[in-house]
Design a protein. Structure first.
Lengths: 229, 229
DNA sequence: GAGTGGTCTAGACCACTCG
DNA sequence: GAGTGGTCTAGACCACTCA
């Protein structure tokens, strides 16, 4: 008697091998239960897992179809920058560049959902790998949502790590892009003017309220994002 | 009687609100089943979903713990370049630059897992948005794994789309990075020398065999990757 | 050894949606 | 209306692993 994971794997093989082609209707659960000598519930569990993984689409009455893919999904795991540097065997160091409450530029203000007059905590800092600038962190924190940040100096703990401790389960959206180095990036990352940088922008919210917006800039050589799956 | 999804959502709220903090042991399934007035199986389904989403870790006898996160996961959906351009309301066009069987450079040879003497199909082509170069596709295809590719001219269908039709459920690994434009990119993408480009490199395999390796280069302005979740 | 999660069965009812 | 998936229950046995 196969487990649902074995069934899942067999069904996936049939999809990958082309026995069941994209767009095709798969047999109903009851029929597969008969074939595998198991219950419908077990087959159901297997097919739900396939649906979560994006291989099939299921609708009541309509049945289960192999998905026609016009996209590729990839998963990215972004580590705390300190761990990323240390796990690659390099020495990590940290430098606070500036910290203060300011009125953010309009784009950031909109992103944070702030009223026109409200200030936010602006922190800039640098992360080094073996003494070389690795990442410039340019961050705005909403003091409405995280008032505790006002008491934190960020002289030894980076806002990145502090926020992950303080607001561990916020949601986030990331933008990855490339650009020529801005004057600020040129200066702090020790680059020539307009040299390529890799930028991650992240906006983080908790229960509908924006917590923070950050721009993480990296010299293009020595930084890459690798997906898993 | 709550459904497992309702239970999942209640448990997630307790985690997000900090009632159950990172590292904490959660009550056993049997106890929660009592609390929710349902069966252990239903609670189990809810907690398995939380585990798949990365919020908790479960071990027999040890119980279920809220995960201590030092990472952030993000999901990326990469569309076929034609869809990406057309869905943004721009006109898509395609140009084949070159196509032929060649001995690939060593790095690609290793990536494709080819013997030293073996050739592979090398295709270069361009994707335009409103007549402006949007993406340079530089691809190597293993003829051992996809012999049908030898008969395909790629004059109107890009290798990207052809492969997605032909080998729809291969696995892939992506690398995202930034760089200054190479001479080739400078020429085809209509850039100045060393202007920033955003590069996606993708290696694709099917049942342990490498199908293809591709380098997709984009002018940095006008290209970004946005994550979902 | 004993507590915890992993999974199965058999039967049931419900919810959706296609024709 | 009828076929399909979504989910629950009650009970059971097993697999792991901590103390």
């Amino acid at each position: 008697m196969p487990t649902y994971k074995e069934i899942q794997s067999v069904l996936l093989d049939r999809i990958k091998s082309g026995e069941w082609k994209p767009g095709m209707l798969m047999p109903p659960e009851a029929e597969l239960a008969g074939e595998f000598g198991t219950t419908r519930v077990t087959v159901n569990r297997a097919m739900q897992a396939l649906a979560e993984d994006g291989f099939v689409e299921r609708r009541r009455k309509a049945g289960t179809r192999v998905v026609r893919r016009m996209t590729r999904d990839a998963h990215v795991r972004i580590r705390i920058v300190r761990d990323e540097i240390e796990q690659s065997g390099r020495r990590y160091s940290y430098l606070l560049v500036s910290r203060g409450v300011e009125r953010p530029p309009q784009a950031i203000q909109a992103e944070l959902g702030l009223a026109a007059e409200t200030g936010a905590l602006h922190v800039m800092c640098l992360h080094f790998a073996d003494g070389k600038p690795f990442q410039l962190e340019n961050r705005w924190i909403s003091l409405d949502v995280v008032p505790q940040a006002a008491d934190e100096r960020f002289e030894t703990v980076s806002p990145n790590e502090w926020l992950l401790q303080t607001v561990p389960y916020s949601n986030a959206e990331h933008v990855f892009r490339a650009a020529g180095a801005s004057p600020q990036e040129t200066e702090h990352l020790d680059l020539g003017p307009n040299e390529p940088v890799f930028i991650i922008e992240r906006t983080t919210w908790l229960e509908g309220q924006t917590v923070t917006h950050v721009r993480l800039s990296h010299p293009a050589d020595g930084f890459r994002i690798v997906t898993r799956d």
